[in-house]
Design a protein around this ligand. Sequence first.
Ligand SMILES: [Zn+2]
Length: 140
Amino acid sequence: MRYVYQAVKRMPKPLCNGVVYHSEEFEVGALLCACGCGHRVSLLVPDSHQITSEGGMATVRPSIAVCDAPCKSHYYISAGRVEWLPAFSEAMAASVMRGQIARHALYDARPRSWGNRVRAAITRAYNSLRSILRILIPWN
Ligand SMILES: [Zn+2]
């Protein structure tokens, strides 16, 4: 199986075999595991992985370690071709998982989303303050 590169806005579901999906806008990538187990592999781009197109074929760097599925597959995808690497041991998989969870936590707490939330809260507070002022001071 070879992986083609496909730029998307949002991740489709279900995914097709042999396609590395990449959403630049949402900074994510996704593919079905190369071992055929059907596991959906999610990649954070560019935080954890780089996805590039080489003549329409996908290249993913660094290697993809499937830690959250029973297959524990580990491989590179280079110009669409899968290059297998030794499977992760349970301990290695657990440590990579912890790293990925930490990155996900970091990702969720990005200033961008916090900024939006803070801005929305300030706007709400300002609007309610104005309506209170209008009641207290009629000429305001
Ligand atoms: Zn797999």
